[in-house]
Ligand binder design. Structure first.
Ligand SMILES: *Cc1c(COP(=O)(O)O)cnc(C)c1O
Length: 356
């Protein structure tokens, strides 16, 4: 018997979440962001379930080629563009679209001279200060691209640093508007947070990621309230149940000390499965459909839960670590991280299944 842990992917939830994105940005086309193996959900299953998206955005050239090899004919956007002439050849061969965020990429395009036109996304740095051109350099890069035989349609883009936070998008949107005012080219700005909160950012293409997977980009608004449904459910079972006397310790470092007589359950899930090792005592878990809390350090293959509120729970009781009935957002918050990280960290050793 394999360990009882598994991850289930609710494909209907994926489709529901895409429909939410479309309903909130009805006049925009949608790049479904499927980078990082579709935020841990499996690239091919996700793209298949989201076949009605207008295109797929990711980072990794090999993932893009994998999609083409699987028969995906929709646009595929490389969010960091190409890194070398060899990459550029692959971009041409597979008809990919590419973000241009730096001069080196413009140089490569101008010098390469493949007999093909590549749809390009020219990225303006409006304040994130990771990738993209400063406004002056942006204008120069655009001029160079417009004179370049390999440049297909050019879309103007930027990426928001705080669409989910207090600063919002105002300052970055102002900079973007100022730098692109005279231009009549298509535009793409919005991640999930901007899509949901700032309709003025929708433009021609939106780029939702996290919301497609059923998580909220916001600390102050739940996924459920937005109408999103969790796609990944990480579930396991109780391997053992034990009675503790007051003062008994649990797990490595004896970090949890029983404050009274109590029962704890041992769950077949640990950090080698992708559960966050830093999740503190009290991180929520569902046991037999009821809420319980972790108690003691997360170890590699197991974690322990306080069964005080679930007296009927016995060996074999089902446990949900996150997903249906317990949002990954809530678990992430308790563990001091984001659902993004939890989803991406799902370990390869966890068996996966689809649910239609
Ligand atoms: C990851 C990413 C997105 C999607 O962001 P979410 O917050 O997951 O919606 C959009 N645009 C770019 C450039 C990205 O890198």
């Amino acid at each position: 018997m394999p360990r009882p842990i598994h991850a289930t992917f609710d494909l209907a939830a994926l489709r529901n979440n895409l429909a939410v994105a479309r309903a909130r940005a009805p006049d925009s086309k949608v790049w479904a962001v499927v980078k990082a193996n579709a935020y841990g959900h499996g690239l091919l299953r996700t793209v298949e379930a989201l076949a009605s998206a207008d295109g797929f955005a990711l980072l990794d050239l090999e993932e893009a080629v994998r999609l083409r090899d699987a028969g995906v004919r929709k646009p595929i956007l490389l969010l960091e563009g190409f890194f070398s002439l060899d990459d550029l050849a692959v971009v041409v061969e597979h008809g990919l679209s590419a973000v241009i965020h730096g001069e080196e990429q413009v140089d490569l395009l101008v010098a390469a001279g493949f007999p093909a036109r590549i749809p390009l996304y020219l990225k303006l740095n409006t304040g994130m200060n990771r990738l993209g051109f400063a406004p002056d350099a942006f204008a120069i890069a655009l001029e160079r691209l417009q004179g370049c035989r390999m440049a297909g349609e050019i879309t103007l883009m930027t990426h928001f640093a705080d669409a989910d936070g207090e600063r919002g998008v105002r300052e970055q949107l102002q900079r973007f508007t100022k730098a692109t005012r005279e231009l009549t080219l298509p535009r793409s700005l919005a991640n999930s947070a901007a899509l949901l909160r700032f309709p003025e950012t929708h433009a021609d293409w939106v780029r939702p990621g996290i919301m497609l997977y059923g998580c909220s980009p916001f600390a102050d608004e739940s996924a459920e309230r937005i109408g999103l449904r969790p796609v990944m459910t990480l579930a396991s079972e109780l391997l053992a149940v034990r009675e503790l006397a007051k003062g008994d310790r649990v797990g490595y470092g004896g970090a949890f000390v029983a404050p009274r007589r109590m029962r704890v359950g041992v769950v077949a899930c640990g950090y080698a499965d992708g559960y966050p090792r830093h999740a503190p005592d009290g991180t929520p878990v569902l046991v037999a459909g009821r809420r319980a809390r972790t108690a003691g350090r997360v170890s590699m293959d197991m974690l322990t839960v306080d069964l005080t509120g679930v007296p009927e729970a016995a060996v074999g009781a089902p446990v949900t670590l996150w997903g249906e009935g317990l949002s990954a957002d809530e678990v992430a918050t308790a563990a001091g991280t984001l659902s993004y990280e939890l989803l991406c960290q799902l370990a390869a050793r966890v068996p996966q299944r689809d649910r239609e």
